[in-house]
Design a binder for this molecule. Structure first.
Ligand code: PHE
Ligand code: ZN
Ligand code: ZN
Ligand code: ZN
Length: 284
């Protein structure tokens, strides 16, 4: 798997921050800042050769679009999905929540296009709208799938807050086969990742889990506090929130831990190659 350049991920975050600043300070679903965020990501994906579509979420609180990108190739009856919500809350630009997951997926999509490896499974990326009103964009997407389309999705990987400044290393459903590549990569860095207990039922993986689709994902933590045991193994500040700017105006490009962001980005590449590339060890 390729190493993902964290500077490229951070450049996407700078763009998302600018789009918020130019549009009233946030990227809330249905806002101009959200529409501009979709256009930014869509443009990069189209230029790289993805098949991109916007899906209007008609059941959302704020009517707005999901963005879906398919990389041509692989067996579409075995599709692996990687998703992140692109909307912020109205309080601020939402750079850790969830520019971070959105930018990590964008740079991984560009890396897949540039490496263009032979694929076994089909790879699809998604950027969800209106997560912040209750996981609404992803729920709309899952609900409109036929049962055949649903069973063609062999796994869904979610990325919501992966650059928390005082973060930890959390994996959803860490003991499952779906989580195995995400865990193997962080294990290889000696990080001793833990189950994502804080995030259960709180992000878009829940929409897929409810449809019986296996899910996993990375997270580095929201408003819960780092324990002293976690500070001992991961560094950072014990008894302080993983992200002290959660849902606040200070969730800007300054609110990013570049080391955690890079570790998430590289682990996503590892998982894509492990799940979908014919010869994962030799890709790139
Ligand atoms: N889904 C939450 C949000 O977007 C973020 C979150 C993720 C909170 C994981 C806790 C755990 O606000
Ligand atoms: Zn990297
Ligand atoms: Zn949020
Ligand atoms: Zn979030």
């Amino acid at each position: 798997a390729p190493n993902i350049d964290v500077a490229a991920v951070q450049a996407h975050l700078t763009q998302l921050n600018t789009l918020a600043t130019q549009n009233g300070g946030n990227r809330r679903a249905g806002s101009a800042g959200y529409t501009a965020s979709v256009a930014y990501i869509k443009g990069k994906l189209q230029a790289a050769g993805f098949t991109v579509s916007e899906q209007t979420c008609t059941t959302c609180n704020y009517r707005s679009n999901n963005l879906i990108a398919d990389w041509p190739g692989g067996d579409t009856s075995r599709t692996v999905m990687f998703g992140a919500h692109l909307d912020s809350v109205s309080a601020g630009p939402g750079i850790n929540d969830n520019g971070s997951g959105s930018a990590v997926l964008l740079q991984n999509a560009l890396a897949l296009a540039s490496a263009n490896p032979a694929l076994t499974k089909h790879v699809r990326f998604a950027w969800w709208t209106d997560e912040e009103s209750g996981l609404l964009g992803s729920r709309f997407y899952v609900n409109q799938l036929t049962s055949a389309q649903r069973s063609a999705i062999s796994g869904y990987y979610n990325f919501d807050m992966v650059g928390s400044r005082n973060g930890g290393y959390f994996i959803n459903n860490i003991t499952t086969a779906t989580a195995a590549p995400l865990k193997a990569y962080w294990d290889s860095l000696g990080l001793s990742p833990e189950e994502n207990t804080e995030g259960v039922g709180r992000s878009d993986d829940y929409s897929f889990k409810n449809a019986g689709i296996p899910t996993s994902g990375y997270a580095t933590g929201a408003s819960a506090r780092k324990t002293s045991a976690q500070a001992s193994k991961w560094g950072g500040t014990a008894n302080a929130a993983y992200d002290s700017c959660y849902h606040s105006s200070c969730d800007t490009t300054s609110n990013i831990n570049a080391t955690a962001l890079d570790r998430a980005a590289d682990g996503v590449a590892y998982a894509i190659w492990n799940q979908a590339v014919s010869t994962p060890g030799t890709g790139c």
